[in-house]
Ligand binder design. Structure first.
Ligand SMILES: C[S@@+](CC[C@H](N)C(=O)[O-])C[C@H]1O[C@@H](n2cnc3c(N)ncnc32)[C@H](O)[C@@H]1O
Length: 345
């Protein structure tokens, strides 16, 4: 049995935990909200299934976790804690290593400080066991040690998948300038309740991440990908071909504020509309949301799921036009903290 720590997008830990438990037959130890970390016990013969997971960024062997404080003096605690871990089972004077540190929350130290003390701790530890220091190789190390400080928790682990995060899907031949992380797209699809043989629509689909993710885990579902920008639709078609789901998709170049001209009824609507950060005037983006929600309320659908920083406005409009909010949660998206909202008639 291995204790693994999976990283995911903060805010979807429960969805990742459910997927890990189901697909790896794992028992979940913890899935703390907004820390982006799920710890689970996984049997050795299920380890190879880790790359089936659609909600995780990385999978690592957990060596230790502890509480950590925010003051600069706590860097010493990090060093001391790392020196107690069984790292010399993985790193010797013949095995190169690199530390990758990540930090979320407010601390008087940076991730570079963490990487520096952790690197020193590993060198001291290996030298005390073998009498020689291990080589550091930041570009092509044999072993990557992940040292993450998430608010008041420290996690130390060994990377299973090298430097490449599992959320980077091979099908992204066209990179939309504001593309959604596929792991967030997957989580939104789970929240939508979409099932096999249903139709899911993204009326502002950009490079097609949401519909493509849907078809990758639902073999008999179909998807509609619509955007008013023909360049993005061309890119979405390329991505769909690369993902081998093109045949189950329909594409439209259409304004979402008039989507009922081409679509009358779908099972689920899942979308990532623009947040308006680049549009400048928040009034323009709110007008787009109002017009879109009025239009969409005319369609026949079971549930609509959207990710937005304009959640207060969406709730106000939804109430006015008779759509109910049935689910909401905060998630991290880049350096923003938007909400995922689910709406029903
Ligand atoms: C944040 S991006 C979506 C990115 C997409 N989820 C992906 O991963 O590639 C928002 C998209 O909404 C589209 N859009 C904005 N207003 C629209 C409208 N009125 N009708 C249709 N599409 C619209 C933009 O062209 C853009 O591609």
């Amino acid at each position: 049995m291995y204790t693994l720590i999976f990283t995911t997008n903060p805010g979807i830990e429960d969805i990742a935990a459910e997927e890990i438990a189901a697909k790896l037959n794992a028992s979940i130890v913890s899935a703390d909200k907004l820390r982006g970390r799920v710890i689970a016990k996984v049997a050795e013969d299920k380890l190879y299934r880790v790359d089936l997971l659609r909600s995780i960024h990385r999978a690592r062997i957990l060596l230790g976790e502890t509480s950590v404080c925010r003051e600069r003096a706590c860097l010493e605690h990090i060093r001391e804690f790392i020196e107690t871990l069984p790292l010399s089972e993985y790193i010797t004077p013949r095995v190169s290593f690199a530390v990758r540190a990540e930090r979320v929350g407010e601390h008087e130290y940076t991730s570079l400080d963490i990487a520096r003390v952790a690197g020193d701790a590993v060198i001291n530890l290996v030298r005390s066991v073998y009498g020689e220091r291990p080589p550091v190789d930041l570009d092509h190390p044999h072993v990557i040690i992940a040292v993450d400080v998430m608010f008041d928790k420290l996690y130390v682990s060994i990377e299973l998948g090298g430097d490449l995060s599992w959320h980077r899907r091979g099908y992204r031949v066209y990179e939309h300038p504001a593309s959604l992380k596929p792991t967030l797209a997957y989580a939104m699809l789970i929240i939508s309740g979409v099932r096999d043989s249903e139709v899911v629509m993204d009326p502002m689909c950009g490079g097609g991440t949401i519909p493509i993710e849907a078809l990758l885990f639902l073999e008999d579902a179909r998807a509609i990908c619509s955007d008013f920008n023909p360049l993005h639709i061309r890119g979405a078609k390329m991505n769909a071909m690369a993902a081998r789901v093109y045949k189950r998709m329909k594409f439209y170049v259409h304004d979402a504020r008039r989507i009922s001209e081409v679509v009358k009824s779908v099972d689920r609507i899942v979308l990532n509309p623009p947040y308006g950060i680049r549009l400048g005037n928040p009034r323009d983006i709110r007008a787009l949301y109002t017009d879109f929600l009025r239009e969409i309320s005319r369609l026949d659908f079971r549930r609509l799921v959207m990710i937005t920083t304009e959640h207060v406005h969406v709730k106000n409009v939804a109430e006015r036009i008779g759509l109910k909010i049935v689910h909401e949660r905060v998630v991290a998206h880049g350096n923003l903290w938007p909400k995922i909202l689910a709406l029903e008639h």
